[in-house]
Each structure stands twice: as structure tokens, then as C-alpha cells.
Design a protein around this ligand. Structure first.
Ligand SMILES: [Zn+2]
Length: 198
């Protein structure tokens, strides 16, 4: 599927999007529409836009909400060459579990990492980091959540249980941080949520 843009392919994907996968049904429902020309124009506008931004066609592009993407993002300027490079880079990234999310991620300015479902730390890594932090915290009389430990509230010295904590990338994936032990810290759930998707 990779290579130069194939307009037919994008058209098929777009029909899939607009009809929610049932093209025949959609066409018969809209057979009598007075505005069928408007609809066609709209299709073409969306398709032209999508194929202008993404010059390589990937199979995962099918069935995405291109109409919604168009509404949200068509006023922004994209450099197709940069977009193409970023698509290739993200496709090669082993930490990305949802490659279908790559397109909206790029359209949105490459900030919503939740769209990519970044690979998380495995249980063994979490347990060993938890054990290390808890031992340190107990030794120093401070919380095993490093962010609670530097805070000034009642949780300053709280030792959280493993199931009360979540694994966090010390250096964010989006800034090149890896999903390995060295880049893992356990945070209490509140602090992990506060840090959010970076
Ligand atoms: Zn905390």
C-alpha cells in the first residue's frame, strides 16, 4: 500500500468513512438527495485535502473519520514532505501500538500521544522499580512517590501500595524517552494523572 498517493484508494477509504462501512446502503439512502452534487463536492474537497496532506497512502487510513479531521484541521497548514517523513518515522517506532492513530496525531500537531497507545512498562519492570523506590522511601522516611515526597501535604511520607501507583516515563516518549527500567518511575495515581500524556 505504500508509495505514491492513489486517489482511488483514498476515495474508497472516504466512502467507507462517510457510510460507516456500508457504501451500498449509503448510496441508496442518498439516491434522491437534491444536494447530491454538494455532497460530491464535499467528498472531493475532503479527499483533495487528505491526499494533499498525506502523500503516502497507508492501509490504516481506511475507515478513519476523514470528514471530522477535515472539519477540525483543514484551516491549518501542513508541509507534505515533513508529514511524509513523520509518518515514516512513526511507522518505524516500536513503541507505537496504534498506528491508525498516527494520522490524527500528526494533524493535531503531534501532541496527543494518547492517540498512539504508546507501549507501557511491563509488570516485571514496574515491580522492580516499585521495590527500589519503596526501599528508598522507607529508608529516608519519605513517600515512595517522588512527587509526593517533595510536596508539602499529608502524603509527604506516605508509602503507597503497588496497586495505588502507575508507571510513568521519566523522559516522555515524545521527547525520545524509551520504555525501559531506566526511564521508568512509579508515581501515585494522582500524580501520574496530573503529569498526563506528554
Ligand atoms: Zn504522588
Amino acid at each position: 500500500m505504500r508509495g505514491s498517493a492513489d486517489r482511488q484508494e483514498i476515495l474508497a477509504c472516504s466512502l467507507d468513512w462517510v457510510s460507516k462501512g456500508n457504501v451500498d446502503n449509503y448510496m441508496s439512502l442518498h439516491r434522491r438527495d437534491k444536494n447530491i452534487n454538494e455532497l460530491k463536492t464535499y467528498f472531493n474537497t475532503v479527499i483533495d485535502w487528505a491526499s494533499g496532506v498525506f502523500t503516502d497512502v497507508e492501509s490504516e487510513m481506511c475507515g478513519l473519520e476523514w470528514g471530522d479531521f477535515y472539519e477540525k484541521y483543514h484551516k491549518q497548514a501542513y508541509n507534505p514532505k515533513n508529514v511524509s517523513n513523520e509518518v515514516k518515522k512513526l511507522y518505524g517506532d516500536p513503541y507505537i501500538r496504534n498506528s491508525r492513530g498516527i494520522f490524527e496525531y500528526i494533524l493535531g500537531g503531534s501532541t496527543q500521544t494518547n492517540l498512539l497507545d504508546i507501549r507501557v512498562f511491563d509488570e516485571a519492570t514496574k515491580r522492580s522499580v516499585y521495590a527500589k523506590q519503596t526501599k528508598e522511601g522507607e529508608g529516608k522516611g519519605i513517600s515512595n512517590c517522588p512527587l509526593c515526597a517533595i510536596g508539602h501535604d499529608a502524603n509527604k511520607a506516605k508509602i503507597w501500595k503497588l496497586n495505588e501507583m502507575d508507571a510513568d516515563h521519566v523522559s516522555a516518549w515524545s521527547k525520545g524517552g524509551a520504555t525501559d527500567t531506566k526511564n521508568c518511575q512509579m508515581l501515585c495515581k494522582t500524580h501520574n494523572r496530573a503529569k498526563g500524556n506528554r
